[in-house]
Design a protein around this ligand. Sequence first.
Ligand SMILES: C[S@@+](CC[C@H](N)C(=O)[O-])C[C@H]1O[C@@H](n2cnc3c(N)ncnc32)[C@H](O)[C@@H]1O
Length: 210
Amino acid sequence: MDSADEQLPELPGDAFRKQDTADDAEFYAPARLVTHIDEAATEALTAYYRTVLPPGGVVLDLMSSWVSHLPEEVDFAEVIGHGMNAAELRANPRLTRSFVQNLNQAQVLPLATGSCDAALCCVGVQYLQRPVDVFTGVRRVLRPGAPCIVSFSNRCFPTKAVAIWRSLGEEGHAALVRLYLERAGFAEVSAKALQDGRRSDPLVVVTGRS
Ligand SMILES: C[S@@+](CC[C@H](N)C(=O)[O-])C[C@H]1O[C@@H](n2cnc3c(N)ncnc32)[C@H](O)[C@@H]1O
């Protein structure tokens, strides 16, 4: 895809271009049982989840893998994982069920309207070519007032990140993700740096409420 999302007309025409234009399924075919952010950044994210996620609720972990960074001591009714690699999702001990879907090809989620109490998207947002459609879909499956928590660092697979992401720094990334969530209809959208990057990977969360 080379043209900008029509729901984000303020962005340049090549905003969602990727260097690697092959089907994402090829890139994600080998299971990567690795961590994408360091331990301090992970711990900061888990601590944040502890303050925001409703114990006992249904959590959707979008763009997941073999780790969800959820607080170990908190039980959830369900943790639904979504990703690109079934083996990675099977290896994730927190998931109660999962599905594989290429969000750059199909944005409608196979989940009932208003069925989730929270949605997470950790270090994946930079790969989305239809972010407003994706997050509009996430808002549909959330119950009113439920949080959508999008987190990111300064690392990525550069050939798979969209051009606008590669052209921006950390503040620009936060503004971009805020724009995605606001344009998707989320309320109370705010950004917060959980790690400033001096002693660990930087980690920023952008949270909105459905
Ligand atoms: C860097 S990994 C992050 C995995 C996990 N959230 C974590 O915190 O370790 C990026 C993830 O984005 C997801 N992803 C990338 N491209 C995608 C696409 N086109 N459609 C759906 N998911 C995609 C895959 O699930 C991949 O595992």
